[in-house]
Design a binder for this molecule. Structure first.
Ligand SMILES: Cc1cc2nc3c(=O)[nH]c(=O)nc-3n(C[C@H](O)[C@H](O)[C@H](O)COP(=O)(O)OP(=O)(O)OC[C@H]3O[C@@H](n4cnc5c(N)ncnc54)[C@H](O)[C@@H]3O)c2cc1C
Length: 441
């Protein structure tokens, strides 16, 4: 009889892994709290199309996506904009979130995945230290493996016993609160920068964008330090309007507050009968919160680990290979990017301006291609350029101190990633996970 796999939550990585496993002959069922046809948000997302190929998902029809515009970055003063120059073959695609879901679900159902909608997962069912199933509002379900794809606040991860060493909670400073809405287009005036990204503008710690589309103006406000409400949104939009005349006053789509994890991936993401994927394992790029491509790539790694598990027991020993490969190909690039996020928090607004105006940062340093996933995709190892940047940083000792501090932290985090035990050994993993977590503090 085929081994039974439960996917809790219809996250991107979970449904992609479900498809790969069903294709390989497993009996896979996804349990999703929302009703059929209601998944996703009323806006578009940007991700690397190569991830679809990796997860063996067909490209969407041409009328379902477009290529992302280059972004132009502005420091608080706005004096020296920096513009991306992404080569065409490295562009990400932009798709309606609902169309992404349609694509992933169609692919999974065609490969034999069963989906139960309207079924809220409440917690794991434990048999000793093994995750043996899920308790849901519709009853208990048992399986040989539970894939946790319930997102950042997964009730499975949060209810696992402490002995599994899997972090349960995410701290406020490890997530970003986002408000996003499409506003009506207030004017037809041509704009110089169609996709503006503003770093700490308007005296607030955060990143925002205004993207001028043909039909509407896309406003995203992201804040790291505190939550905010509609009054703050209106105040900020009003502040932006004089320099962004196409930003209207009427919300035509979206208009929600949401949260995204912006931290390093889980230090332990597997247990006997359990593997976390996507936002439930914090697989987003810590600097910008993109997580779709990483979740799809992780799906392929997880599915291959499961298929290649000779004993088909899905023990922590065999699933640990998934974590090792995830870190090798993706996680070890993502984790140091959290240190860059910390550095951004430490900079004063004047220091951010100085980085833009002095040339410490240039167009290349903001050019995130579809392959973006590690520091060296932004900062090239070019000795003359690095010396030039260092000389400029030396002019401001306080800034230099912060940059050197971040450099030390990046080195510590990179070393910790490299030191991850290649084979599961509970005691060694425990020591390693503590050291890895400490490297970010
Ligand atoms: C506003 C916003 C914009 C974003 N933009 C981008 C972007 O442009 N590009 C990009 O790459 N990434 C983007 N991301 C991040 C991206 O959405 C995630 O990183 C990615 O989807 C992986 O998350 P996930 O699918 O694992 O989790 P989620 O998207 O959180 O999905 C989890 C699923 O599990 C279900 N679920 C949750 N709890 C339960 C439960 N108790 N029982 C049953 N089901 C449950 C949810 O309903 C949902 O369907 C954005 C995120 C947000 C919030």
């Amino acid at each position: 009889m085929a081994k039974k796999i439960i996917v809790a939550g219809l996250g991107h990585g979970g449904i992609a892994a479900a498809a790969l496993l069903a294709e390989a002959g497993y009996d896979v069922t996804v349990y999703e709290q929302k009703e059929e046809g209601t998944l996703g948000y009323d806006w578009t997302d940007i991700f690397a199309p190569k991830a679809l190929e990796i997860a063996k998902i067909p490209m969407p029809d041409e009328d379902k996506f477009e290529y992302k515009e280059d972004m132009t970055f502005f420091a608080p003063s706005g004096n020296t904009p920096l513009r991306q120059h992404v080569p065409h073959d490295k562009l990400e695609i932009k798709m309606e979130r609902k169309d992404i879901y349609d694509l992933l679900i169609k692919n999974a159902v065609e490969k034999g995945v069963k989906i139960v909608y309207g079924c809220e997962v409440q917690k794991p069912i434990m048999l000793g230290n093994r995750v043996a199933g899920i308790r849901t509002a519709n009853g208990d379900f048992f399986g040989d493996l539970v894939i946790d794809s319930c997102g950042m606040n997964s009730p499975i991860r949060r209810n696992l016993p402490k002995s599994l060493m899997i972090e349960k909670e995410i701290r406020r400073d490890q997530k970003v609160t986002i408000f996003r809405a499409f506003y009506n287009k207030a004017s037809d005036r041509e704009v110089e920068a169609k996709f503006k990204v503003m770093v700490c503008n308007g005296g607030v710690q955060g990143i925002s964008w205004v993207a001028s589309e043909d039909e509407h103006t896309d406003l995203l406000i992201g804040r790291f330090d505190n939550d905010f409400d509609m009054e703050d949104v209106e105040e900020f939009a009003e502040y932006l309007r004089p320099t962004n005349p196409r930003l209207g006053t009427e919300i035509v789509r979206g208009g929600q507050f949401v949260e995204i994890p912006v931290r390093h991936p889980l230090s332990v993401m597997v247990a006997d009968g359990y593997a976390a994927i996507g936002d439930s394992a914090f697989m987003t790029v810590p600097l910008i919160g993109s997580g779709i491509a990483n979740s799809l790539k992780a799906a392929r790694i997880l599915a291959e680990t499961v298929i290649n598990d000779q004993a088909q027991a899905f023990s922590v020993e065999s699933l640990w290979k998934y974590q090792v490969l995830f870190y090798k190909h993706i996680g070890s690039g993502l984790a140091p990017l959290e240190c860059i996020k910390h550095l951004l928090f430490k900079f004063t607004f004047d220091e951010i301006d100085y980085c833009f105006d002095s040339g410490i940062l240039n167009d290349d340093n903001v050019t995130m291609t579809a392959d973006f996933g590690k520091i060296f995709d932004l900062v090239k190892f070019d000795i003359p350029e690095l010396i030039n940047k260092a000389q400029k940083a030396c002019a401001d000792p306080e800034l230099l101190k912060k940059m050197l501090g971040a450099g030390n932290r990046i080195t510590a985090v990179t070393a910790a990633c490299l030191a991850m035990p290649r084979k599961w050994d509970r005691r060694l993993v425990e020591i390693w996970a503590k050291a890895y977590t400490k490297a970010f503090e």
